[in-house]
Design a protein around this ligand. Structure first.
Ligand code: ATP
Length: 359
């Protein structure tokens, strides 16, 4: 693993604008002092003690770094450097300046399936590469699919490997983390997980991309989770009238309850919707289009929820800080108690939802 440099990051990089905020810190544009090159600095607060409420476990950050180093691929954000101070770890990442794929698409008047497929193919290429190394993202959602730049042919960049895991042979991995709309049934059921969990999320993302509807979204997180377990989705003709049957088949082969029966990244790349074999198949993709009116609505709602969650998270952060100060002036002395986030987050027993995510 790359050494965590003890030097002050600001001696090497000049701070710039805030690009985004996450669960435990901010991402800022930074300028390398020696070359003038622009990068993204991901600033992550580290827990002061194992039972502290604020911050990330150092072990988790080490895992994110180790995984980012292992997944060097055109369609995955690159890690350049890591700095560490007493309270913070800073990842210096490739600057991904093209924004989120969904925002880029929402800015268009219309989009053919064949154009959407060019992006899907790149996401699948990244996953094929990761999965071949037994690395699973576990948090695939529109916010984590970005574009390299603002050119007319931007390249997909997957970001946020905070929940990613390298699965080891002979070891079971169980986790209930993720974002309700996009998580696979086996995550909700606390079953051992595999690379197939990412493929489920691809099924959900594709469904939304084509229709502007989220296949399992309920009024509450609990309802969403129940819908996922019951696999209650359909292709409503009113919404999917311009969708090709190949696209529906692609989704149906991903939204499969049994992870062993689900299409893999390798198989997805060979599906006729992605890689047409006959001329008729290729033509169909050029005749079918995404439901842009619905998609724009979905994206506007998603952005609104993201801002709402961010405000909620800031308020909660302030409350927690006040609580820490008033109940115990020295967090290192505090007994380990259950994490307040677990009890406040719905549904508590099932899911540690990532609070900055939209659901
Ligand atoms: P979350 O709690 O949502 O999982 P996080 O703390 O893991 O977030 P990221 O998702 O990695 O943090 O980053 C937060 C936001 O910062 C992203 O949604 C994105 O807008 C922006 N961002 C992250 N990495 C980059 C990058 N390399 N270039 C440009 N912007 C970035």
């Amino acid at each position: 693993m790359a050494a965590f440099k003890p030097e002050n990051v600001e001696d090497f990089y000049e701070m710039g604008e805030v690009l985004g905020s996450g669960h435990f810190g901010q991402v800022r544009q930074v300028r390398e002092r020696s070359t003038g090159t622009l990068w993204a600095g991901k600033f992550m607060k580290i827990k002061k003690s194992p039972c502290s409420l604020l911050g990330l476990d150092r072990g988790g950050v080490e895992r994110e770094v180790e995984i980012l180093q292992a997944v060097q691929h055109t369609n995955i954000v690159t890690l350049r450097d890591v700095f560490e101070s007493r309270a913070e770890v800073v990842l210096i990442l490739e600057l991904v300046s093209g924004g989120e794929l969904f925002d880029f698409i929402a800015g268009k008047e219309n989009l053919l399936e064949s154009e959407a497929i060019e992006f899907m193919k790149q996401i699948l290429e990244a996953l094929r590469f990761m999965h071949s190394k037994n690395i699973v993202h576990f948090d695939l959602k529109p916010e984590n699919v970005m574009l390299s730049d603002n050119s007319s042919h931007p390249v997909i960049k997957l970001i946020d490997f905070g929940l990613a895991q390298r699965l080891r042979q002979g070891e079971e991995y169980i986790s209930t983390s993720g974002t309700p709309q996009y998580i696979a049934p086996e995550v909700i059921n606390s079953e051992p997980l595999s690379t197939a969990a990412d493929m489920w999320s691809i099924g959900v993302i594709t469904y939304i991309l084509l229709s502007g509807l989220s296949p399992f979204q309920g009024y509450t997180d609990e309802e969403t989770l129940r819908n996922i377990l019951a696999i209650t989705y359909e292709f409503d003709d009113r919404v999917f009238s311009t969708t090709s049957s190949m696209a529906k088949d692609f989704i149906q082969k991903l939204l499969v309850k049994d992870p062993r029966e689900r299409m893999t990244a390798d198989e997805s790349l060979l599906h006729p919707w992605i890689k047409p074999i006959t001329r008729t198949q290729a033509t169909k993709r050029n005749r079918s289009s995404i439901n842009m009116k619905n998609f724009k609505k979905f994206n506007a709602r998603r952005k609104w929820k993201m801002s709402y969650n961010m405000v909620w998270m800031c308020n909660r952060f302030v409350r927690l800080k006040l609580l820490c100060k008033s109940s115990n002036p020295d967090p290192l002395q505090r007994d380990c108690e259950s994490d307040a986030e677990d009890t406040e987050t719905k549904p508590a027993s099932l899911l540690r939802r990532r609070l900055s995510s939209s659901s």
